[in-house]
Structure formats: C-alpha cells, structure tokens
Design a protein around this ligand. Structure first.
Ligand SMILES: Cc1cc2nc3c(=O)[nH]c(=O)nc-3n(C[C@H](O)[C@H](O)[C@H](O)COP(=O)(O)OP(=O)(O)OC[C@H]3O[C@@H](n4cnc5c(N)ncnc54)[C@H](O)[C@@H]3O)c2cc1C
Length: 421
C-alpha cells in the first residue's frame, strides 16, 4: 500500500533539516513554507558547537567552507562583559570545544538545504503558502476534538493550504516557529514560562573599531543592556533589550547607543555613516519562551520553536531545533520502515521523540532563565553594578568561573544526539 507523505510545516532550521533527512532516507516528504524566499527580516544565526556538530552529522558542514559560494559565516572570537564602562571578564572561544560558536547565514543555509533535498524524487517543496487548517479522520469539521474530553484518539489526516489544496498525510509536523499555527490548530497548548519581551535589532556597516577577532560583547550601563558583534555577513549587529516603552520616544539612536558605550565604540556610533544609516527604524522582535506540554496528538507532531520557543540568550534555538530534527529522524525512519500498514506507529514514535528531547530542552531553558535572572538583577540594581565595577579586579575571576560552568551545557547540550543512519 502506498503511504501518504509526511508534511512538514515551516522551513526554518528545524523543518528544512528534517525535510532533507527524511527525504534522503526515502520517506515521501512535503515541506510547506510561508515565505517565498528565506530572506525574511530576521533569523537568529549563532550556532553553538552542538549545532555545528549536528550539521556535521547531516553532512552539511562543508557548505560553510566550499570553495565557490560558501554559506557566509563568522566565528566568534570571545565573550566579553562590560558593566558601567568597565571590562569585567572575557572568555576566548572555542572554550575547550572542537569548534567555536559561529554565526551562520540562515537564508543561504536553508536555501542550500532545500536545494539538496529537491534532488530526491520523494521530496516536494511548496513555498509562499501557509497551512490554514487541519483535516481530521472521520470528521467533517476542521475543529480539533478536545484532547482532554476524550478526543485524544481522533487522528489528523491532512492539512489544507492557503491555495485550497488539501494534502492527505501520514503525519503533519509543525516546525512553524514560536507562534506556530499547527500548534493552535491541533489545540496543543503552550505553557509560557515568562512574559514575552522585546529586542530591537540594528544591522549597521562594518568597522575596524570592532576587532577582526569578532568579540561578542554585552554592555550594561544604567538602563541600557545591549550586545554587539559582527554578523555572518560582516555587518555590525546590535541587539538592544527593550526594558519599557521609552524606546518609542528615541529619536536619535546614534546618540543613545553612543552614550551607553565605551569611547572606542561611541566614536563609531557617532560617525557620520552611522548617523545616516541608523535613521531607519530597527527591527522589533517579540521573544516568547515556553514549552508545549504535549508535542503530539495522533497524526501530528511539533518540533523546534513550535514545541518549545527558545529565548535568544546564548544562541540556543537553532541548535535545539537541529538536534530535534536528528532525534525525530531516528524514530520516524524506524517507525516508517516497520509500520508499513499502520500510521499509528508514527504516533508512538512522536510520543517517544518528546520523551527523548524533553530533558535537554527543559535543562537548556532553565539555564537560559538563570542567565536572564542574573541579567535582570544587574539591570535593576545600580548598587550591584557599582559594586561589580569597583571590585572587578578581585571578583572578575569568580564571576567568570560561574559563567563558564553554565556554558558547558549551553554549548554542548546534555543529551547524546547521534544520527543513526
Ligand atoms: C532576537 C532573537 C535572536 C535569536 N538568536 C539566535 C541565535 O543566535 N542562535 C540560535 O540558535 N537561536 C537564536 N534565536 C532562536 C531561534 O531563532 C529559534 O529558536 C529558531 O529559529 C527556531 O527554529 P525553527 O525552525 O523551529 O523555527 P523558525 O526559525 O521560526 O522557522 C519557522 C518557519 O515556519 C514558517 N511558517 C510559519 N508559519 C507557517 C505556516 N502557517 N505555514 C507554513 N510556514 C509557516 C516561517 O516562515 C519560518 O520559516 C533567536 C531568537 C530571537 C527572537
């Protein structure tokens, strides 16, 4: 009996990689991506050693070093913390790992991955369309039968696209990011672990004032908390954590950033080039952090940010998404090959995928929350900032050790994740 394809909704890092891995293993796959191209306004791009290792296992790491047209990338040289203008500590990459944290241009990476998948006859890519609703087996309506009210065994049998096309599926996998439509349509609820917060992103012209080694520097001064680094494509990236609505009244970002920066960086923010380019409004991004209690119900599975929206702190979300894709591939391929007659084997695999991934995701989100809590303490206490600044030579080493301890798991993950075949 010919089996219906697996539909993957969303070709961000999680969905694109999963689509490629399943297609390469002979499973019929349809990937549906809302945007017409991958160059949407913003995609995070920091890959930790765990994410780079995942790319290596998928055979994709050479894309970063190809002689012609490599995917743009930029290693980070160090992590530096500057409080009230004083350097508190600095840690050089790769911090004991084989590879340094590296910024990798997501649009080019995703394009290359989808192009590679298209070489498989069993792969179909639909772009510029969204999933609008889900179809349920033996059910005329697209309303989800309530999980808690005994509707948990009703099976999702397909999805309906914005074009009106209905795809009949063996499984729908929602990889459609933190505001996941699939999650909502399948009535899988999200526990939000903290209030959403906002970040303003600026992409500015490069400068030799930022060392070629590309330090990732976090600045805390008064009300200002922001980071500066060179992006994969060699632009200066500034991420400004929005604390309240005051930013809406800022008319001169060049001066606002300069006032919170040490002299070498302030000079850059006040230069004519920046005064002219910064006039464009920065991009405002809302960060949601949470965890879906159930990642699946019959016929449907969530992965990546759709299942567990990640904070941007210490660049974790892409890495976790890639590791989800590997674990999901291992389980789904095994279920596909053994369950020739029955799609319900895929449902059991989906439950097992969450069970395997849950400990790592919970732990990484807890570590991110600890980093956020430390940041909030600093931000809210001028006295704490003053003490740290004054005592930096004496306590800097202790603060660095504490920070380093947390980074081990944030850089490598806590689970063994190996692509089986
Ligand atoms: C400000 C900020 C900075 C970050 N920086 C980093 C970083 O440096 N490193 C890191 O690892 N993580 C970072 N993250 C987190 C990271 O961006 C996410 O965790 C990661 O992108 C999740 O990948 P994903 O594939 O699961 O979802 P996404 O990357 O969100 O991809 C989802 C895809 O689904 C598509 N889609 C959405 N709805 C539909 C629909 N209905 N139908 C079809 N397609 C749909 C979207 O167009 C999109 O392409 C950052 C997050 C933020 C907010």
């Amino acid at each position: 009996m010919e089996r219906k394809p697996i539909a993957i909704v969303g070709a961000g890092p999680t969905g694109a990689m999963l689509g490629l891995l399943l297609a390469e293993r002979g499973i019929p796959v349809v990937v549906i991506e809302a945007s017409r191209n991958f160059r949407r306004v913003f995609r995070g791009e920091g890959l930790m050693p765990s994410g780079l290792e995942a790319l290596a296992q998928m055979g994709l790491l050479p894309l970063l070093t190809e002689a012609s047209n490599p995917v743009p990338n930029q290693p980070i040289g160090s992590w530096d913390f500057v409080i009230e203008g004083r350097s508190i500590f600095s840690v050089d990459e790769p911090m004991g790992n084989d590879r340094p944290c590296t910024l990798v241009a997501q649009p080019q990476l995703l394009e290359a991955v989808i192009d590679r998948a298209k070489a498989c006859a069993n792969f179909r890519f639909i772009s510029g369309e969204t999933v609008q609703s889900l179809a349920w087996e033996d059910c005329a309506t697209s309303e989800p039968p309530e999980l808690e009210a005994g509707g948990g065994s009703a099976r999702i049998s397909g999805c309906i696209l914005s074009s009106g096309e209905t795809l009949e599926t063996s499984l729908v996998i929602g990889c459609d990011g933190r505001t996941s439509t699939v999650r909502k349509l399948a009535d899988l609820s999200l526990d939000e672990s903290s209030k959403p917060f906002n970040i303003l992103w600026f992409k500015l012209p490069d400068t030799d004032r930022l060392p070629a080694s590309n330090p990732f520097t976090v600045f805390v001064k008064g009300d200002a908390v922001f980071s500066v680094f060179r992006s994969s494509e060699g632009l200066i990236q500034v991420g400004w954590t929005v604390q309240n609505d005051d930013w809406k009244g800022v008319t001169d970002w060049s001066e606002t950033l300069a006032a919170a920066s040490p002299p070498w960086l302030a000079e850059y923010f006040r230069s004519q080039e920046i005064v002219e380019t910064i006039a464009d409004r920065p991009v405002l991004l809302t960060v949601t952090v949470g965890y879906a209690t159930h990642w699946s119900r019959p016929g449907c599975l969530l992965l990546g940010d759709a299942a567990h929206p990640m904070s941007p702190i210490r660049a974790q979300g892409i890495n976790m998404g890639l590791r989800d894709a590997i674990v999901a591939t291992n389980h789904l391929v095994q279920a596909w090959n053994s369950g020739i007659q029955d799609s319900r084997d895929l449902d059991q695999a989906a439950v097992q995928i969450q069970a395997d991934r849950e400990p790592e995701i919970r732990r990484i989100q807890a570590l991110q929350a600890q980093e956020a809590a430390d940041g909030a303490k600093l931000h809210h206490s001028a006295a704490l900032r003053a003490v740290i600044k004054a005592l930096a030579p004496a306590i800097g080493i202790g603060l660095k050790q504490k920070w380093l301890w947390r980074q081990r798991e944030l850089r490598s993950g806590i689970a063994v994740v190996k692509l089986e075949s």
